[in-house]
Design a protein around this ligand. Structure first.
Ligand code: NAD
Length: 297
């Protein structure tokens, strides 16, 4: 079966490779040629535009940074809707504002194109091993139709509600992840400053109530001073912006999200926007004048 895939960044590349391994023929497009070349080497076919991808394939996946990128790729010049056939399906796996998903789906409907929003959690490692958590909004029958495709990339795919519900769920996920990294950074700075080896703290508490997937993934990075992305600070700023806007829109105050947003903004101003979000620890390191590092390697 033929699939289109647009957006070949940190996440898109391994997702395409898994689809190829599962036997799908994948036609791809990205504005960065090196990203296209890397998946073409793995067996994908390059297209010259999003429109061309949509002409070739009746199921099109997008994995792009934010709402304006998805709107441009789907609704813009040489975009998906210029090439799509009636009855085609758009699976937008980008993390974008729920309202943008609704707007894009309305434009799709005018052309007879069905759409689901299907953002993911799990980051690059889970994109590589095909075990992403996928949260889906949109018509349940479309979700069922593409379920097998989603499960090539994911370890789970849950239908959360109408179009936009996937991205609302993803915003909840991103609030929890950001606050959790900040809590881990704050707590590990406390124990480091008080003279306890962070590796010992990690070993002692990771199996208890404070343990988390975030702690397991990020503490080894923080204690090694390795902030290679992963998930970039600037992308998390985008998600918390969408969360705050959505929260304000529906009347849900998000005081802790607003605080962590200021930490991320500070890191962005310090030139760390392209680093992993575990670099939240660097904000605490600046405040305390001390690094969270283990005593021995
Ligand atoms: P990325 O910046 O690495 O990749 C985005 C890709 O989109 C780039 O290759 C870029 O060239 C391409 N692109 C941008 N505009 C385009 C256009 N007009 N036409 C074609 N291609 C275009 O981002 P990423 O880390 O792969 O993240 C993609 C999405 O997945 C984001 O919404 C992000 O929030 C979400 N996400 C990322 C992670 C992670 O750990 N990296 C985890 C879960 C979800």
């Amino acid at each position: 079966m033929k699939l289109g895939f647009i957006g070949l960044g940190i996440m898109g590349k391994p997702m395409v490779k898994n689809l190829l391994k599962a036997g799908y023929e994948v036609t791809v497009y990205d504005i960065i040629k090196e990203n296209v070349d890397l998946v073409v080497e793995a067996g994908a076919v390059a297209a010259g535009s999003a429109k061309e991808v949509a002409k070739e394939c009746k199921t099109i996946i997008t994995m792009l940074p934010n709402s304006p990128h998805v709107k441009a790729v789907v609704m813009g010049e040489n975009g998906v809707l210029e090439g799509a056939q009636e009855g085609s399906i758009l699976i937008d796996m980008s993390s974008i504002a729920p309202l943008a998903s609704q707007e894009i789906s309305e434009a799709c409907a005018k052309k007879g194109v069905k759409m689901i929003d299907a953002p993911v959690s799990g980051g690059e490692p889970k994109a590589v091993d095909g075990s992403l958590s996928i949260m889906v909004g949109g018509p349940e029958e479309v979700f069922r139709e593409v379920y097998d495709i989603l499960m090539v990339m994911g370890g789970s795919a849950v239908h959360c509600g109408a179009i936009g519900a996937g991205n609302t769920t993803k915003l909840a996920n991103q609030v929890i992840v950001a606050l959790n990294i900040a809590a881990v950074s704050e707590a590990f700075m406390l124990s480091t400053k008080a003279g306890v080896d962070p590796n010992k703290v990690f070993a002692a508490i990771k199996g208890g109530l404070a343990g988390s997937t975030v702690m397991n993934a990020k503490v080894p990075m923080i204690t090694a001073g390795n902030f290679k992305p992963g998930f970039k600070i600037d992308l998390h700023i985008k998600d918390l912006n969408n969360a705050l806007e959505t929260g304000h829109g529906v009347g849900a105050p998000l005081p802790l999200t607003a605080s962590v947003m200021e930490i991320l903004q500070n890191l962005h101003m310090d030139g760390c926007g392209q680093e992993d979000h575990s670099a939240i620890a660097k904000y605490y390191e600046k405040l305390a004048g001390c690094q969270i590092r283990c005593e021995e390697e």
